[in-house]
Design a protein around this ligand. Sequence first.
Ligand code: 3HC
Length: 302
Amino acid sequence: VCRGFSSSAVRNVVIKHVTIIGSGQMGAGIAQVAASTGHSVTLVDTSDDILKKSVKGIEGSLRRVVKKKFADKPEAGEEFIQKVLQNVSTSTDAGSVVQGSDLVLEAIVENLKIKQDIFGQLDKVAPQHTIFASNTSSLPISDIASSTSRLDRFGGLHFFNPVPMMKLVEVIGTSATSQETFDSLLNFSKVLGKTPVSCKDTPGFIVNRLLVPYIMEAVRLHERGHGSKEDIDIAMKLGAGYPMGPLELADFVGLDTAKFIIDGWSAMDPSNPLFAPSELLNKKVAEGKLGRKTGEGFYKYK
Ligand code: 3HC
């Protein structure tokens, strides 16, 4: 990764206090993992109701983790859950909580303007040493960072769903990200118990650049009538050893998310057949069939 020189005197930042903007599935998952590894986490969203639901979700997910990890010690498991939850606080006012943060990690909707606005505002009030990072899966990190004056302390940290289970974090450096910032983000990922990989600020980084065209090929194959959805999924699970087939995975990730990513790439390079849109996918999204989260996508869910 090419790096510009650092404009600040910041050395490797040991990240202890984390503010996470956005308490949806990704934000909550990241908060859970950070709190589980001893960080103090403030989860930020637009209403107390949303935050309450998110913390309930974290508790539920912790129970699943604990059921496995403390299978024969339920009391120690319960203690662990309470300890982790104590590390999580919530707020509807990011500006007032970033003061004490070493890292501000954003995991909100994929809307460049909103992300830029939030980071632009927080840039004015966050301490000098605070690193900013986005969990975006489809927008250039450098575009998001451009609303701030801390280009050297800005990077990407891309997690995977379900965050408590998936071991990978993509660490993204732009051409302006300092080596200190990049190393701090790599270290933070390791302290979370994840394995980081270094990525350039290119569309889809590594995982989605490979995964989204693969999912889209499966949708197109099905659309052409060359395989039932069940057969496609069974084929990739049993023939390639994937834990989920591509259409199950599309439902899991969200068909709106898949569409958003492919539409963006298609606009960027309409001649690339890997980025071609799918009528079937567009129809499902138009009908509100977005996958697991709405109860129906390629499959129906209870
Ligand atoms: N929280 C805590 N624990 C969880 C969990 C969660 N959210 N989800 C699963 N688990 C654990 C639990 O221990 C669970 O046991 P339980 O059901 O008794 O509680 C255990 O995993 C097994 O789960 P399941 O029986 O439901 O099913 P699997 O064994 O198939 O595992 C899976 C589930 C880990 C999700 C697996 O199917 C998988 O790895 N799927 C692929 C996921 C993937 O590819 N994710 C990346 C998507 S791309 C992305 O996120 C990038 C974005 O930018 C688009």
